[in-house]
Design a protein around this ligand. Structure first.
Ligand code: 1GP
Length: 253
């Protein structure tokens, strides 16, 4: 089974290096915009491209990923909102279980149905404990999953949820305030979780400034994911990438 992207994540964590992932929603990009995103991501040394959305309406996921793969060597990781969002052209898949919710379909049900298909895809599968944290706005994921997010100030609940996910064998924990969240996850909560788990921690949702990305990394996030803010201002790719990678330099020195 392929394992190279996960190995790179673990290795970077051991070295105190931080990663930046740009989230691309196939519903929101055309080829011209995709080309711009690719060029800026290469220039800014973006570590990963996450592709997906809670609700992919169009059916050009394959086309979108093939285009990315033809034009850059940045690893493409699927971040699927549903089992139908699988493309064999990607490099890896965040195999998400919504451990902050209590909807059995998103904990295990849909996985059972899609398992043979996922296995056949040949993708690198990274089991991910997906935790939605209240970001001050109803998110697509909360609505679709019919599951309430963890309240933004309940650090203990976040910690216990992440610990349970890790002990159940999940290889990554993803804390998400939801796409376009009004309030990103607090550094206090990130610190609480990060200091108690060993697996890499992905943080996203409502991060709109390089400063916030920097503080999130200082608090213990290993991978920062940004989608919405980049859709509004594509120049942020460079600024946020620099902020994230600056943390790595400070730890190294
Ligand atoms: C959402 O974590 C991602 O699932 C990114 O969120 O679009 O708010 O950056 P934003």
């Amino acid at each position: 089974m392929r394992n190279s992207i996960y190995q790179s994540l673990v290795q970077k964590k051991q070295q105190g290096k931080k990663s930046f992932a740009v989230l691309i929603d196939p519903d929101k990009v055309d080829i011209a915009l995709l080309d711009q995103l690719i060029a800026l991501s290469i220039e800014a040394k973006v570590d990963y491209l996450l592709v997906g959305g809670s609700l992919v309406v169009s059916n050009h996921l394959d086309e979108c990923i093939q285009h990315i793969k033809e034009n850059c060597s940045i690893p493409v990781i699927l971040f699927p909102g549903s089992p139908s969002q699988i493309s064999k052209y990607a490099d890896a898949l965040l195999y998400l279980s919504l451990i902050s919710g209590r909807n059995p379909e998103l904990l295990i049900g849909q996985h059972v149905i899609s398992a043979p298909f996922v296995k056949q895809s040949g993708l690198e599968i990274m089991s991910t404990g997906y935790m939605v944290i209240d970001g001050g706005a109803p998110t697509t994921v909360s609505y679709i999953s019919n599951a309430s997010p963890i309240p933004a100030d309940k650090n203990e609940i976040a910690l216990c949820t992440a610990l349970a996910g890790e002990m159940l064998g999940m290889k990554l924990i993803y804390m998400d305030a939801g796409s376009g969240a009004k309030r990103a996850i607090t550094e206090t909560m990130i610190k609480k979780v990060a200091s108690n788990i060993e697996v890499p921690l992905i943080v996203g949702g409502g991060i709109t400034t390089p400063e916030k990305a920097y503080l999130n990394c200082k608090a213990g996030a290993d991978v920062i994911v940004v989608g919405n803010a980049i859709e509004k201002d594509i120049a942020l790719i460079k600024e946020i990438s620099e902020a994230v990678h600056k943390v790595q330099i400070e730890i190294e020195n």
